[in-house]
Design a protein around this ligand. Structure first.
Ligand SMILES: Nc1ncnc2c1ncn2[C@@H]1O[C@H](COP(=O)(O)OP(=O)(O)OP(=O)(O)O)[C@@H](O)[C@H]1O
Length: 250
């Protein structure tokens, strides 16, 4: 479990996060949603240690991650898989080399075992046999799937995904969401997804945190969201006529 306790983040005089407290449980898709600039990515970065909170703490399974030094954090970092917006694949490396990159960095695994792991991860994301392709030869959806394969190569306990659906068509978006949900269930990862995609919210949102103006404005599940009377959340989630009509059928 990840325990976020009263996290604040300020850049200069810009107070971006104003005291976020939340518990993110294993086996759940924890979605962070909110308008542009509400602090979603900043919160994600504070959780994984890419930003240090100005105030507050983050605990991983009871361990105070925020107060650890760089070296002390390594065992927890090894259990973190990340997929950021652009997929961030190395263009000069094949798919296989991209996937085994974290294994080269963090393990002394023999090469054959690394290749076995890469094959397993590629199968998991439905890209078996694509080992020797380069990122430039892949579609956007395939790149995301390779990014996911790389994120799970270390068999992470915690999986962080920033905007998994950006730039994807609706069908591919749903496949990516299903893949994330399947991995979360199968490996009981504590999965944290930052998203703008309302299909994801309704489809896989076991636990949703809605940020507004740097505060946790609402928290609940996708089943609860349809019946909320929270004004800001309603106008955010049900902004389109289509979503309003869909809600009436729920
Ligand atoms: N490294 C930084 N230095 C200074 N300000 C920053 C930094 N990172 C983010 N901010 C500011 O923090 C605020 C929130 O940014 P953040 O990226 O967390 O929002 P977001 O909710 O993820 O937005 P979006 O949906 O548009 O990606 C913005 O005002 C942004 O300018």
């Amino acid at each position: 479990m990840i325990d976020i306790q009263n996290v604040h983040k300020t850049f200069g005089d810009n107070k971006v996060l104003k005291g976020i407290t939340a518990q993110l449980k294993p086996g759940q898709n924890n979605l962070i949603i909110g308008g542009s600039g509400s602090g979603k990515t900043t919160l994600l970065k504070c959780i994984v240690g890419l930003h240090e909170p100005t105030e507050g703490k983050v605990f991983y399974d009871g361990e105070n991650f925020t107060d650890m030094h760089f070296v002390e954090r390594v065992p927890i970092r090894k259990q973190i898989g990340m997929l950021f917006q652009s997929s961030a694949l190395f263009d000069s490396m094949t798919v296989q080399d991209n996937i085994i990159f974290p294994l080269n960095l963090f393990t002394t695994m023999p090469k054959a075992e690394k290749i076995d792991r890469a094959n397993f991860c590629l199968e998991k994301v439905n890209l078996a046999g694509k080992n020797n392709l380069y990122p430039s030869e892949l579609s956007g959806g395939m790149k995301k799937r390779v990014g996911i394969a790389r994120a799970i190569s270390m068999q992470p306990k915690y999986l962080f995904v920033d905007e998994p659906n950006s730039g994807l068509d609706p069908k591919t978006s749903i496949l990516i969401d299903e893949l994330i949900a399947e991995i979360t269930q199968e490996y009981q990862t504590t999965t944290v997804v930052v998203t703008h995609d309302m299909n994801s919210v309704m489809g896989i949102g076991d636990h949703i945190i809605f940020l507004n103006d740097g505060q946790k404005w609402w928290e609940g599940s996708n089943k609860e969201i349809a019946h909320t009377d929270n004004k800001e959340l309603n106008s955010f989630v049900f902004a389109s006529r289509f979503m309003q009509a869909a809600r009436e059928k729920l």
